[in-house]
Design a binder for this molecule. Structure first.
Ligand code: PMP
Length: 384
């Protein structure tokens, strides 16, 4: 059966560039970058090259780029570490209700440890507005963390504008953004930010490797203590093949970014037009969402039933975030955006990448109307 992969917000296939960088490091650069001998020096050189490449793309200094195991670790390190390092100055944090759990959970943990948190509710169409963030600031605010692109809807939040607005009134507040779904797809907003989290496996790099940007001079306590790697902020022998694969994937994404976005937008428009023609289908993504993501609902068909039916026909989609889907949890993002329960329970997310083909989109647009027409009467009967 032909496969149509439309779950790229969950993870992406590894690109040729990344696979060959990983293979080269695995097979011939096996030294420990901290070792003093020739093989160690060679590994360190390779790691530095990967760091320089990410720094170039992030428009940062290589000393401001730290490798880690993925964006979950990057978000945990930055949020918990920056908050703990700033405790003497204040204990208030501003974030949104639609962040990924790897932001929300550490924030909630800080709340249990004496911090107070303002959770901003984004507008379903306009997103998070800089005024909203400014209104939430308090004298004791130390950290603002707002994602660049939402993983469930593709909504783009103006993080650069937000960071500039915050910095204009209180330069000492640290501004972080979870850039997982925006990195390699939008221009990096790092010039305006203090901290930014990214992950390799969302842009055709390997799983289990990520990085974060932390502006020089911003204080952060490490989560992992040990051998002092990554300038003391992330102990543990570096995942060199992962870092090299990440740098190769990020380089390719950056080089093809604009052309890929335009092509994906055309494919997404085709998919949206097809969805709009299905009776009673509802688009959950805002009109100006990133070209990667289309969230839609076909009530009253449960999202899992649609995803299974599509899967049987070779199409991989998702009910929403893969981590929530696997636990059968109702989406906190769609709930926060105020969608009715009926729409949330029917949500299906299609997510594209630069490797998505026109054929894949054609297949799903052909399958969708028939699949909905077949499943809807059954769902209506069961719910009656
Ligand atoms: N933030 C967002 C917005 C994400 O979509 C994800 C991946 N689901 C993460 C953080 C976590 O990234 P990782 O899988 O690298 O831990």
């Amino acid at each position: 059966m032909q496969t149509t992969y439309l779950d790229n917000n969950a993870t992406t296939p590894v690109s040729e560039e990344a696979a060959s960088a990983i293979r080269r490091c695995l097979q011939s650069v096996y030294g420990n970058p901290s070792s003093l001998h020739m093989l160690g020096i060679e590994a360190e050189r390779e790691l530095n090259a990967a760091r320089r490449e990410l720094a170039r793309i992030l428009r940062a200094d290589p000393r401001e780029v730290y490798f880690c195991s993925g964006a979950t670790e990057a978000n945990n390190t930055l949020i918990s570490g920056i908050a703990r390092a700033s405790r003497a100055r204040g204990t208030h944090i501003v974030t949104t209700t639609v962040e990924h759990p790897s932001v929300l959970e550490p924030v909630q943990e800080l709340e249990r440890n004496g911090f107070s948190v303002s959770y901003l509710a984004p507008h379903p169409v306009r997103g998070v507005l800089p005024e909203q963030v400014l209104d939430a600031l308090r004298a004791d605010t130390v950290l603002v963390s707002i994602m660049q692109v939402n993983n469930e809807t593709g909504a783009i939040f103006p993080v650069e504008e937000i960071a500039r607005a915050v910095k204009a009134v209180r330069a000492e507040i640290v501004v972080h953004s979870d850039g997982v779904q925006g990195f390699g797809k939008l221009a990096p907003p790092t010039a305006a930010l203090d901290a930014y989290s990214v992950s390799a496996h969302k842009l055709h790099g390997p799983k289990g490797v990520g990085a974060f940007f932390l502006r020089d001079g911003v204080r952060c306590k490490p989560l992992l203590l040990g051998g002092g790697h990554e300038h003391g902020l992330r102990a543990g022998t570096e995942n060199l093949p992962g870092a090299a694969g990440f740098a190769a994937a990020a380089g390719a994404a950056e080089q093809q970014r604009e052309a890929a976005q335009q092509r994906m937008q055309r494919l997404k428009d085709e998919l949206v037009t097809a969805i709009e023609q299905i009776p009673d289908a509802q688009l959950l993504s805002p009109p100006h969402a990133l070209a990667t993501t289309v969230a839609a609902a076909f009530p009253p068909i449960p999202g899992e039933v649609m995803v299974n039916a599509l899967s049987e026909q070779g199409v991989s989609a998702s009910t929403g975030a893969a981590c929530a889907a696997s636990r059968g949890k109702r989406s906190h993002v769609l709930e926060a955006l105020g969608f009715e329960r009926r729409s949330i329970d029917s949500a299906v997310r299609f997510s594209l990448s630069r490797l998505t083909t026109a054929d894949e989109i054609r297949r799903v647009t052909e399958l969708l109307p028939h699949t909905v027409a077949r499943l809807r009467p059954v769902a209506e009967r069961v719910l009656r």
